[in-house]
Structures are given as structure tokens and as C-alpha cells.
Design a protein around this ligand. Structure first.
Ligand SMILES: Nc1ncnc2c1ncn2[C@@H]1O[C@H](COP(=O)(O)OP(=O)(O)OP(=O)(O)O)[C@@H](O)[C@H]1O
Ligand SMILES: [Mg+2]
Length: 284
């Protein structure tokens, strides 16, 4: 058993290293990962915990656009605690493992995504095979310049994590949605979630954004799952892959990892399918 209290800082000890043994990828893939981690657009030291240390000016600007197509995925929901940050980091990990040059934008003052990236860097100090995931922390007030910076960076896969209270700066949230190629709206299996995400999806559709719901913390064996899914389908597209309520998801999060960094994750199939779905939607 892993003692969860003995390394709350996120620094790995021997036990965690053994438990969270990073997947021993096939040699070629492993090399690709290392290569992509070295060529990341933001240096480890510029991952921001403090917005004053903005790494906006540290992201190398490319004079010529990146040869591979740049994609921007945004996670947005007016409901708090539904899995925006959790899905953001897992999607970043999936993209990095697929050889994409990733960049996360944390637009939430809580800085959940940026803090996770800092934890990840500490893990990487002892397990270098863990891919480097740069996360830039920014204020919603600076959404235009942040989006511009991301577009001009050499990153070809960008994930934007946003705060729940969209009404605080609706202009910024809608601007980011319009600037994204795809908006994922996480939703849990409750009427409270529906009450919050359904009007939001209608708003997104009116604004012309390409968006889909994704059911998170799903328990497909329950009746409420089918009910919630059909109610969502009445309003907009639903990602055909749901993410289960699973301890390994929060466990990986707490260690600066994504589910697909774990050895033999129980939810590997779901996350693999989520990546396939995103590739289809983004035409990658
Ligand atoms: N599928 C899941 N299974 C188990 N735990 C999950 C799952 N998805 C998210 N969690 C956990 O639920 C909590 C809330 O998730 P998360 O922080 O991603 O939500 P959020 O929408 O970003 O919240 P906020 O609105 O406050 O930014 C976290 O502790 C996360 O680890
Ligand atoms: Mg969050």
C-alpha cells in the first residue's frame, strides 16, 4: 500500500516510484517522449505559480508557424468541481504521449493545473521519462494576449483550463471559446449539473463554438446515467466516451501525473478512446 500522507509535497519517495512506475514504453516511443520533453516551448523554471512571474515572454515565438497543425481545446463549465482541471491535465498527458508539443493555459485563479504541473516537475526530477508539460498561468483579464502568445508559441496542442464562475468575466470566457477549436463541457451525473451546463451549451452553440459535453465521474450501471445522457443529447453533442468515477484519476492528479502515466491504469481504454475522439473532432 502507498502511504498517501508520507509525501504530501508531491516529491516522490521510493515507494511512490515503485507504485507509479512510469510505463516502460517501447524504446522508440520512449525516445520520442524524451525528445519532446527537451524541445518544449516553456522551460521548467518558467512554470508559473505566481502570475507576476508570467512566462508569457519566455515562450519562444516562432516566426514561421509550426509545421504541424495547432489545436486548442478548452475545458469549460459554469459548475465547480466537475473535472475541468482533471480532464485538462489528462488530455495534456495524452497529447504529450502522442508526440505533440503541448502547452497548458491555466486561466483559473485557483491555479489547479499550474500547481499540478509544478508537482509533475518534482516527479520528473527523479523519473525523467515523465513527459514535461509546461503550463502557463494567466488571468482571465489577459485572455487576448495569452491566446495570442499561445498561438505564436511552438506548441501544437494547447489545453485551456478555466474557472467555474464564467459570469465573472463572460467576455473573456466567450472570447477563449471562440478562439478554441473545440470546447469540452464536463458534466457529472446530477440534476444540479444539468441545470448548470444545459444553458451553457445553448450559449456556446449560439456563439458558434464547436462544443460537446463529456460525462465525468460516470457510473454507467445507474439509471441516472442514462437519464442524464439522454437529456444532454437533447441539447448538444455528447462525447461518446465517459470518464468513470475512479480513484486512480484523483490519485494520479495528486502526484502530478495523468492516468496514462501510471503502469497498467484501469481506465486506459477510456482515456485512449478520449484521445481518438479528440483527434477525430480536431481533424488531426
Ligand atoms: N473521474 C473522476 N474520478 C475521481 N475523481 C475525480 C474525477 N474527476 C475529477 N475528480 C476529482 O474531483 C475533484 C474536482 O475535480 P477538478 O478539480 O478537476 O474539477 P474542476 O471542474 O476543475 O473544479 P473547479 O471548478 O473548482 O475548477 C478533484 O479532486 C479531482 O481529482
Ligand atoms: Mg479547476
Amino acid at each position: 500500500m502507498v502511504d498517501e500522507t508520507s509525501h504530501a509535497s508531491g516529491a516522490p519517495n521510493q515507494q511512490t516510484e515503485a507504485f507509479y512506475a512510469v510505463k516502460f514504453l517501447r524504446r522508440k516511443r520512449f525516445e520520442t517522449l524524451l525528445l519532446s520533453s527537451e524541445s518544449c516551448p516553456v522551460k521548467t523554471s518558467s512554470i508559473c505559480g505566481d502570475p507576476r512571474n508570467s512566462c508569457i515572454d519566455k515562450v519562444p515565438m516562432t516566426k514561421h508557424p509550426s509545421p504541424s497543425k495547432q489545436s486548442i481545446v478548452m475545458l469549460s463549465s459554469p459548475k465547480g468541481g466537475v473535472g475541468k482541471s482533471s480532464l485538462s491535465r489528462n488530455i495534456l498527458v495524452l497529447a504529450a504521449q502522442a508526440g505533440r508539443q503541448v502547452l497548458g493555459l491555466d486561466m483559473d485563479k485557483q491555479a489547479t493545473l499550474a500547481t499540478w504541473a509544478e508537482r509533475r516537475e518534482r516527479v520528473r526530477a527523479s523519473i525523467p521519462a515523465v513527459s514535461h508539460i509546461p503550463v502557463h498561468r494567466a488571468s482571465l483579464d489577459d485572455w487576448r494576449s495569452t491566446l495570442k502568445m499561445a498561438r505564436q508559441s511552438s506548441a501544437d496542442f494547447i489545453v485551456i483550463d478555466t474557472p467555474p464562475s464564467i459570469e465573472i468575466n463572460m467576455t473573456a470566457i466567450l472570447g477563449l471559446c471562440e478562439g478554441s477549436d473545440f470546447v469540452l463541457v464536463p458534466c457529472q451525473q446530477s440534476q444540479d449539473d444539468l441545470d448548470s451546463v444545459i444553458p451553457w451549451m445553448r450559449h456556446l452553440k449560439q456563439s458558434g463554438a464547436k462544443a460537446a459535453f463529456i460525462i465525468n465521474r460516470a457510473n454507467i450501471r445507474t439509471r441516472s446515467y442514462a437519464t442524464i445522457r439522454s437529456k444532454l443529447l437533447n441539447v448538444g453533442p455528447v462525447c461518446p466516451v465517459e470518464i468513470a468515477q475512479a480513484e486512480e484519476i484523483s490519485l494520479a492528479n495528486g502526484k502530478g501525473l495523468g492516468v496514462m502515466d501510471l503502469s497498467r491504469p484501469k481506465n486506459a481504454e477510456a482515456f485512449g478512446a478520449l484521445w481518438s475522439y479528440l483527434r477525430q473532432e480536431l481533424d488531426l
